[in-house]
Write a protein of this length. Structure first.
Length: 242
């Protein structure tokens, strides 16, 4: 059976029940959280819809593009600009969702595409505790930053600097995404900056980028920049005899 771009209420609830069964049996013990299917307004949640769409025909899941997933989410949330739920549900929330182009070795899918790998094991790095969090002192941390995003400076519950029609919501963001989200490795970032970041950078306490978190990100640079990086590193390692 092929996946469907459109799913009705009955189909969505049926797939979600199946996900919930697997979650209870296999994933809950690892701390993987099952997203709610409905919010307080009785609307489907974006996280719930994303997981349902990825889990169609499980265990025979399909590779999907971000464009396709966005189209599905927009059928419920027309104003959705850029869908990030698959990425967050994966490495950050513990669901084993493979992202193409991120050095995965379990499935061969195109860069920018996603596929649910299994509902019987958590995302490996989550299982090791990489994403488990102990984030006491969140209110105190936000106060230290005057309730502002460490990156763009937008203030919590005030209009966003770059999107004035949007209220600023602060989120817990990694200073270094290669380390656990725990006290000492947290920055307050607005939702916009946190989503745009994509775990690419390492920040200092002032919210300044100090280095790349993932060297593979240089593949996204244009040829001229990559040639300059190659030249710099080639000369450096040649001098060091490496």
């Amino acid at each position: 059976m092929n996946k469907k771009i459109e799913l009705n209420k009955k189909e969505i609830e049926s797939i979600y029940r199946k996900i919930a069964e697997f979650h209870k049996k296999y994933l809950k013990q690892f701390g993987v959280k099952l997203p709610k299917l409905y919010n307080s307004e009785k609307k489907f949640t974006k996280d719930g819809l994303t997981l349902v769409y990825l889990a169609q025909n499980y265990p025979n899941t399909s590779e999907i593009s971000k464009k396709e997933l966005t189209k599905f989410i927009r059928s419920f949330y027309p104003d959705t600009n850029d869908v990030q739920q698959a990425r967050h549900l994966g490495a950050q929330a513990g669901w084993w969702i493979v992202a193409g182009g991120r050095d995965n070795i379990v499935l061969r899918i195109k860069r920018g595409n996603y596929q649910l790998y299994t509902l019987e094991q958590p995302y490996p790095e989550f299982k090791k505790g990489h994403r488990k969090s102990e984030t006491s002192g969140w209110k105190e941390l936000k106060a230290r930053y005057n309730y502002r995003c460490a990156t763009c400076g937008s203030q919590e519950n005030k209009p966003h600097f770059h999107w004035p029609a949007t209220k600023t919501v602060l989120q817990k963001s990694h200073m270094d995404p290669n380390k656990p989200l725990i006290t000492g490795n947290i920055l307050p970032q607005c939702e916009k900056c946190n989503r745009a970041d994509r775990n690419r950078w390492v920040y200092d306490e002032k919210g300044r980028v100090v280095k790349l978190a993932d060297a593979n990100f240089v593949r996204n640079f244009d040829n001229e920049v990559r040639k300059k990086i190659y030249k710099i590193l080639s000369e450096e390692f040649k001098e060091n005899g490496s």
